[in-house]
Design a protein around this ligand. Sequence first.
Ligand code: MRU
Length: 349
Amino acid sequence: MGKKDMFKTIEYNGGKVRLIDQTRLPLEEVYVECNDFRDVARAIKSMQIRGAPAIGVAAAMGIALGARGITTNDFPVFYSELLKICEYLANTRPTAVNLFWAIERMKSAADKNRNRDVESLKEILEKEAVKIWQEDISTNRSMGKCGQELIEDGDTILTHCNAGALATGGEYGTALGVIKIAHEEGKRVKVYADETRPFLQGSRLTVWELVKEGIPVRLITDNMAGYFMGKGEIDKVIVGADRIVANGDTANKIGTYTLSILAKEHGIPFYVVAPLSTIDMSIPEGSKIPIEERNPQEVTHLNNKRIAPEGVEVSNPAFDVTPNKYISAIVTEKGIIKPPFLDNIKRLF
Ligand code: MRU
């Protein structure tokens, strides 16, 4: 079965957005249908769809759906309604910059075509959303190919969270894209997947994706990473990113920072794989990245069952920031960026 037919992370069809419900995986493979932008916003917020590039694609499709529902022939009225829809979608999750990148692209598609009639504008916005989606899929393939010079036959790779097809427009993904292409090219790679508390993207999603692909994977809990590094079982760490800033500091799923220090201590290369749409040149360094704080219930409960005493104080930051000094290289669709990141990222832009 080709990657396209295994499952669809998200699709835009006949004025509807259809996405695989990631909160139900791996036990149930069910799809949800979003009929308007509010449904899409709800799906992003509740993490039925998640992962930086995937929420960018979803927001673009949500804007296209929202535009269809605006009833006016007057551009200024249309545009001001469109901006409200963009704002609504922007208020879903704060950390992944791909969301804001995609929203800006949709706004600018409308603005550039302001002299067209509103009905054509709606079509232009649908086409732009589909383009953002298709570009994301092909970008992932390019990144996966670019990353091959870092992967050797027989590598055991540790990954965190889910940076696969489910976190993007589909098919390859970012960090998992590099691993999937290595596997396609006949390199005997093996993956250690962190379960990724508290939302379990590793055990529920990464393992599900890799098992479907037939790539050898071993599930470990997050706190086992140091143990396996110490035993010499990990050759590389490869993760995705939610926002990389101008100096290379990188926000990714909570726990990534810890892994990066462990990797450094053990002399293991630590690679970040992300498209240019994840790089935010407007922020100079990592401490300025907004970090999403999520519902404490994700920590106090497992499968809706309480696992901590009632009333306990809880923190639930969804992301942390890995300082550039712990990153060996950043793989993008335009090539591999090596330190010094400040200069080399600037050069790429
Ligand atoms: O909270 P999530 O599941 O949206 O967080 C996702 C991650 O942290 C991923 O590692 C990141 O978005 C890279 S996805 C290709």
